[in-house]
Design a protein around this ligand. Sequence first.
Ligand SMILES: [Zn+2]
Length: 159
Amino acid sequence: MRIGHGYDAHRFCEGDAVVIGGVRIPHDRGLAAHSDGDVLLHAVCDALLGALALGDIGHHFPDDDPAYAGIDSRVLLRRVMAEVSGRGWRLGNLDATVIAQAPRLGPHIPAMREHLAADLEAEVSQVNVKATTTERMGFTGRGEGIAAHAVVLLRALDD
Ligand SMILES: [Zn+2]
């Protein structure tokens, strides 16, 4: 087995929606990023890469590469997962926490889990997503941005 951790944060910018876990959620601002700014999927990519000592998402998909401008982060996640399964590993489980004062994420968590399970070639029961606020403390609490943590356990395919 291998374990990996990922963390990501993006600041708010002008916009009318955020994309979290592949779900477009209407909001009075967007998230500034080279890609679609999906902090949850970026944290999951980093957790997968971390588990196999493959560096981080910025190394695999440089944010100065025009190929990734505005890209759907599910495309990136599927590429990372293809790397993981190509090396003989599959998901044991994923546990993730998204930290946002707003918008409210709870109603969207089932759809996020569906997307993650599909992209990670796994069952929804292997994927947990939690949402929390920081009770108005810190940069997420002040509504400056959104952060996400993710932990994955990988199992060898022949395990
Ligand atoms: Zn990111």
